[in-house]
Design a protein around this ligand. Structure first.
Ligand code: KE4
Length: 429
């Protein structure tokens, strides 16, 4: 089933550390070798052994319209025929910035970068420059990319690889990053109490997606807003995954809580490398060349990536979100029925088209401690059983499914049947 992928993997390992350009792709936490893909079309992905899969990962979020969307591809082809980069300004960068300002409630100005990590790293530097303070708060189990300040109990790849603190992060950096408990406002208050007037920013995934999908408890996000206001600290929403995914204006629109800075990525690149961070004018004006906080990037605002992103953002009308909700709810309902019928110790957590099936006896996962008790061995078996059903899930229990708007009724039937067969086989051990 995976002969060519196996060969490709051993070749890749000769030249690329671990044979992959991002750790989660190595499939370490699901105990198998990575699959190599070479084609996507709509809701399907095809590997180099010719196997076809219904894609439930959407490249970790960007592909809300599925693979090789005709409109996006033709616009990018048209743009690339005029060149790939100018290293100078283009009008399409302004058009994307304007669109983001229109769509994201708290964003008045925005700077483009090339990845989510660049966005979060830059947002933290901006917050420190704006407030003159040095410490930051993040939450155990939240992942904000691989910037040094965040690899302190990262909740994505690092947890999956069982490496909460990465070697190479200096103790001075670690010292300026304080860790709070997601969904626990008291843990936040305590840090502010112990570090009076030293905290520049609190960064949070408003809907946590790197412990699997963990929703904010009622009043958690509004509570963070109040605590930050009281302590003169900037509130940063890391919406790299939730931005444009759970609503046109992201989680901040869904929960009606406005951060001071928002980080974005994935969907705004339409599958090409893009990140962005934005916020209030007086904060953003601190950025060079207008202000003293330095940040730059050779390919920031790249015309091809901007073309893909703008084309996609313009397609995000309310029908798309209605479609995403109906597709996602049908899958959730079908899988919940299977969980009951097969008496599996599992439950589903979902916001819009982001979803996780947790293997656990607990009836809810509310923070990192809960997440660390998940049955990751069972998830690994489930992942491989679903592969055999032609269903591609995230290769880690600590990740979310990202469903696309092009999943068909027939795909939904296959997803429900495949899940039932996989859960039944899990029961048989
Ligand atoms: P990138 O640097 O990978 O573009 O974005 C970093 C990032 C920032 N913030 C959040 C909330 C994120 O989830 C991410 C990256 N997401 C992971 C998936 N959970 C990327 C997958 C990977 O590491 O290969």
């Amino acid at each position: 089933m995976f002969k060519n992928s196996k060969k490709a993997y051993s070749e890749a390992k000769k030249y690329i550390p671990g044979g992959v350009n991002s750790p989660v792709r190595a499939f370490k936490s699901v105990g198998s070798n990575p699959i190599f893909f070479n084609k996507g079309n709509g809701s399907k992905m095809f590997d180099i052994d010719g196997n076809e899969y219904i894609d439930c990962v959407s490249s970790w979020g960007p592909l809300i319209f599925g693979h090789a969307n005709k409109r996006i591809i033709s616009k990018v082809n048209e743009a690339s025929s005029k060149g790939t980069t100018y290293g100078a300004s283009t009008e399409i960068e302004t058009a994307v910035a304007k669109k983001i300002v229109e769509m994201v409630p708290s964003v008045e100005m925005v700077r483009m970068v090339n990845s989510g990590t660049e966005a979060t790293m830059s947002a933290i530097r901006l917050a420190r420059g704006y407030t003159g303070k040095e410490k930051i708060i993040k939450f155990a189990g939240n992942y904000h990319g691989h910037g040094d300040s965040f690899l302190i109990k990262a909740g994505s790849g690092a947890v999956t690889l069982g490496l909460p603190d990465s070697p190479g992060v200096t103790k001075n950096i670690a010292r300026d990053t304080l860790i709070a408990e997601f969904n626990d406002l008291d843990s936040v208050k305590e840090l502010f109490y112990e570090n009076k007037n030293e905290i520049a920013a609190l960064i949070v995934e408003p809907i946590a997606g790197n412990m699997g999908l963990v929703k904010p408890k009622k009043n958690f996000l509004s509570g963070l807003r109040k605590i930050c206001d009281y302590n003169n600290c900037l509130l940063i929403f890391d919406e790299v995954m939730t931005g444009f995914r759970v609503a046109p204006g992201g989680a901040q629109e869904l929960y009606n809580v406005l951060p001071d800075i928002t980080t974005l990525g994935k969907i705004i690149g339409g599958g090409l490398p893009v990140g962005a961070y934005g916020g209030k004018v007086d904060i953003m004006r601190m950025l060079a060349p207008e202000g003293p906080v330095y940040q730059a990037g050779t390919l920031s605002g790249n015309p091809l990536a901007m073309t893909a992103g703008l084309t996609l953002l313009k397609m995000l009308d309310k029908e798309v979100y209605q479609k995403l909700e109906s597709i996602s709810k049908k899958i959730e309902d079908g899988w919940n029925k299977n969980i009951i019928d097969t008496k599996t110790d599992a439950h589903i957590s979902r916001v819009g088209s982001m979803m996780t099936l947790f293997f656990t006896k607990k009836d809810q996962i509310i923070n990192y401690k809960d997440a660390l008790e998940l049955d990751t061995d069972k998830y690994a078996k489930y992942f491989n059983l679903m592969l055999k059903e032609g269903i591609y899930l995230p290769p880690s229990q600590y990740e979310c499914l990202f469903l696309s708007s092009v999943i068909s009724e027939n795909d939904i039937k296959k997803l429900i049947l495949g899940n039932k067969k996989a859960l039944e086989k899990l029961k048989d051990g």
